[in-house]
Design a protein around this ligand. Structure first.
Ligand SMILES: Cc1cc2nc3c(=O)[nH]c(=O)nc-3n(C[C@H](O)[C@H](O)[C@H](O)COP(=O)(O)OP(=O)(O)OC[C@H]3O[C@@H](n4cnc5c(N)ncnc54)[C@H](O)[C@@H]3O)c2cc1C
Length: 409
């Protein structure tokens, strides 16, 4: 009996997903095994029945920004185009655990954006009104109301930049980023998608202006459709097909403290003081910076940036004075001139692009997958990504979200 059980147990799947050799051809290939690529493959299979798909990842799944981000999820962006796609994402987040059968620890603890100047107050109240017109939950709070939500916030007048008010989105929050990646990966794998790690795409196979496959470190692979979800290296990848993207790559740093008792019940962001802080489920304080000013591909933290972040955090939360830094790191984010993404068609037939999410693409993960899958499956943009064209940088139809993308992720 014991032997039978042992034999049976050996047959049970003991891996999170299969680890297949890449095949010679697929109906669809998604380049990049971060959250966006995995979600795209999942929705290609789930929503459009395209299961003969591979996700090709140069390293390991979620080894890029997906498991390096600070997990803030919100939809309170200013412009209609942004509000629409981020709110679609937020609605998908609200059902994601049921959809994927994995508790991704989505915690709707709300996000406070602090105002410290008259200009911040004007911008914040304007954004609350714009959000409400778009059906997004948004409130304007007095300093006392903000403190009632986050009791450790210093709202005294003795700080360098006193808190004058705050926007609050109650449905916003955080999730566990690696769980999200694994959940999409398992979901896609279950539907038949091949997840191929250690497989870098080094170029594209073309028939004139039609892309018919990719060159990889594990050989050429033909494909009917190719989607690029290679955050951080989008311009390097696109360059290999002769496509020049309006994207610059910058390191973006973050850090966590040692594990603390629960002290911080929400997410607080401050553009003026230049820090944002939440507390992870395990107890670490999670905080981050704006992008490094130089272009680069380094994925490490650096002491001078971390020091500034700690100093800024202490201005808002003197109670953290004795907290110790546990870990720092960096990710590489793609930044466009209007701080909004590019998501849709390219000048090449069958080649689709998703890039330029800068500091804020984690929250969009479900929606990116949803609309990129739609665009690849139908050959036309979904209404939610229709504004996010490459052409807007020549037509001037920009979606300027710099206000939402300083230190605010
Ligand atoms: C420190 C930090 C904090 C952040 N905080 C937040 C936040 O709080 N909220 C938020 O919404 N967003 C945040 N972001 C941004 C967010 O992480 C990104 O916008 C988002 O993760 C990008 O999509 P992705 O998950 O697919 O990217 P990635 O996980 O980076 O996936 C891209 C993948 O493509 C692979 N790849 C690249 N080139 C190739 C190639 N040639 N062949 C094969 N594979 C390739 C890479 O190895 C990588 O795994 C943060 C980012 C960082 C770095």
């Amino acid at each position: 009996m014991a032997e039978e059980q042992a034999a049976g147990a050996a047959e049970l799947p003991d891996v999170l997903w299969r680890n297949p050799e890449p095949r010679d051809s697929y109906d669809a290939i998604v380049v990049g095994g971060g959250g966006h690529g995995l979600a795209t493959a999942y929705y290609l299979a789930k929503n459009h029945g395209i299961t003969n798909t591979a996700v090709l990842e140069r390293g390991w799944l979620a080894g890029g920004n997906m498991a390096r981000n600070t997990t803030i999820i919100r939809s309170n962006y200013l412009w209609d185009e942004s509000a629409a796609i981020y709110e679609h994402a937020l609605k998908l987040w609200e059902g994601l655990a049921d959809e994927l059968g994995v508790d991704v620890l989505f915690s709707q603890r709300g996000v406070l954006n602090l105002a410290h100047t008259l200009q911040d107050v004007r911008e914040g109240t304007r954004r609350v009104q714009a959000n409400r017109l778009n059906g997004i939950d948004a409130e304007w709070l007095t300093p006392e109301e903000a403190r009632a939500i986050c009791p450790i916030l210093d709202i005294s007048n003795s700080t360098r930049y006193p808190v004058l008010g705050a926007t609050f989105q109650p449905r916003a929050g955080i999730a566990k980023h690696d769980y999200v990646a694994w959940a999409y990966a398992r979901g896609a794998d279950r539907l038949g998608v091949d997840l191929v790690q250690n497989c870098e795409v080094t170029g594209f196979l073309r028939d004139g202006d039609r892309v018919v496959g990719v060159r990889t470190t594990r050989g050429d692979i033909r494909a009917g459709l190719v989607g690029m979800a290679a955050a951080g290296r989008s311009s390097v990848l696109a360059d290999t097909v002769g496509l020049r993207l309006p994207v610059q790559s910058h390191p973006l740093q973050a850090l966590v403290s040692e594990l603390l008792e629960p002290v911080h019940p929400t997410v607080v962001m401050s553009n003026a003081v230049h820090v944002y802080v939440s507390q992870a489920h395990k107890g670490e304080l999670v905080m981050g910076a704006g992008v490094d000013q130089h272009n680069g591909y380094g994925q490490r933290g650096s002491v001078h940036v971390i020091e500034q972040q700690m100093a800024a955090a202490l201005e808002l939360f003197p109670v953290f004075a004795r907290a110790r830094v546990l870990r720092t790191w960096g990710g590489v984010v793609d930044v466009t001139p209007d701080a909004s993404p590019v998501l849709g068609l390219t000048p090449f037939e069958n080649l689709y692009v998703n890039c330029g999410w800068g500091t804020g693409g984690f929250k969009a993960t479900p929606a990116v997958g949803w609309v990129l899958a739609h665009t690849m499956a139908t050959g036309a943009p979904h209404e939610l990504n229709a504004p996010y064209t490459l052409e807007r940088f020549t037509t001037g139809a920009l979606i300027d979200e710099h206000g939402a993308a300083a230190v605010a992720h």
